[in-house]
Every structure is written in C-alpha cells, then in structure tokens.
Design a protein around this ligand. Structure first.
Ligand code: CA
Length: 235
C-alpha cells in the first residue's frame, strides 16, 4: 500500500476483473466519470497479473472467471497486500460470499447491482482505507499479515490465534525479515534484558509458532540458522 500523505489529490486507481465485458465497460465508464483511474481484465490470469502490480487503491473482483477464479485471485493477493477488494457475486451464491469474506474481501455486491450502490460502497471503503493506512502498523511477509494495532495475525487471510509472547516474537522476526536474529537478541527484544528464565524459551516459542502456522498451513515461515538463531526469509 502507498504510504505517502500527498496522495489526497491523486486520482485513485481501481482495477476491474470481470469477464462479462459489457458489465466491465459500463462500470469503467461510470468510475471514470466519478474521477477514478480504471484498469480492467476480462480473465483471471490477466486479473491476477494486474492485481499483483500493487498499483491499485481498490479491486472489483468477479468470482466466476475463466483462467483463475476470483477466490483464488483474492487468496494470492492477500499473501502480500491489504488492498481493498469488493467481490462481485452472482445472485444467491451464499458460499461465494462466505468464502470471499473469509479470504479477506472487504465487501461484496450481488449482480445485477445498481451502479449507485457500487459507487457508494467504493467511496466508503476508500475512505476507510485512507484512514487506516496512516494509522495502522501492518507487516506483511510470506503470506503472513501482522497487525500490531489490532493484535491480529492472518496467514493467507485465515486468522491465526497467538498468545502475546508468540505475537511479539513473530513481530520481531517480521520487523527484521531477512536478518538472522540470534537467540540472545530475540530473548532481549521479546522477553526483556532482565529475563531470568531458561534461554531455550526462544526455541520453545519458535516451536509454538511453527505448530500454529507452519504445521497448520503446510508453510515454512521461520528458518533455523544452525548455531546462530532464526530468520524469516522473503525474496
Ligand atoms: Ca463472471
């Protein structure tokens, strides 16, 4: 997400991923009329490629798409980004709504929709994200999103329940991603210099994190550097 504060007067850029070209073109026209910049994709692959550019302030994402479906696109976007996403769903597709929201969509709108309603929802979400961008402290790394203001961690959009110490250890590793952290440094950062317990507490908590993230999701987040400590790597 963009962080500069001089963005208020910039045109906000919206990505439409929708294979019904008539709908896509109509929405594009209306959005441009409202002063937004618009990019569009008519299939899942192109949509994912554009979404991963990270250039958009908001994404309108259809679910049933040729190539890659909208839920899968959302899952991949959420590995690295909090960009607001509104899902476009077919009427009565309750499962789509549920899985979309579970995967981290911000809102959904059922087709056919009134353009005024869509525009109103876009305004609300963009306003909300403008506020949170300046206020929250959110870290992203290898599919993990850690929000230190809300004390919330997700892996690919799925919530992960952590204790305060586990959270703090993960946060320290994420803040220092790609830097190998020694056990002593982690101990001082997370438990404090005056900690008097066992030094293997770091290993114990790394194991807890691995149980809750790596083992649960089949991921490999924390790497052990033998004889030194731990690191979260991201290319
Ligand atoms: Ca469709």
């Amino acid at each position: 997400m963009k962080k500069d504060t001089e963005r208020v007067n910039d045109m906000q850029k919206i990505l439409i991923v929708e294979d019904e070209e008539k709908i896509a073109r109509f929405v594009e026209l209306e959005l441009k009329h409202e002063g937004y910049k618009v990019e569009k994709a008519f299939d899942g692959r192109k949509g994912l490629e554009l979404a991963e550019s990270g250039e958009h302030d908001l994404i309108l994402l259809d679910i049933m798409l040729p190539g890659i479906n909208g839920i899968e696109i959302l899952r991949r976007i959420r590995r690295n980004s909090n960009v607001p996403v509104i899902m476009l769903t077919a009427r009565d597709a309750v499962m789509d709504k549920v899985s979309g929201l579970d995967m981290g969509a911000d809102d959904y709108i059922t087709k056919p929709f009134a353009i005024e309603e869509l525009l109103a929802r876009i305004r609300v979400i963009l306003r909300k994200s403008a506020v949170t961008e300046t206020k929250t402290h959110v870290l992203h790394c290898s599919g993990i999103t850690l929000d230190s203001d809300r004390f919330k961690v997700t892996y690919n959009g799925v919530p992960v329940e952590l204790t305060a110490k586990e959270f703090s250890l993960l946060q320290t590793l994420m803040q220092n991603k790609n830097i190998v952290m020694s056990r002593d440094t982690l101990l001082a950062d997370v438990w404090g210099y005056d900690y008097l317990g066992e030094t293997n507490v770091v290993d114990v908590y790394v194991r807890y994190l691995r149980q809750k993230i790596d083992e649960k999701f089949g991921a490999k987040i924390i790497t052990t550097v033998r004889g030194v400590g731990y690191v979260i790597k991201e290319d």
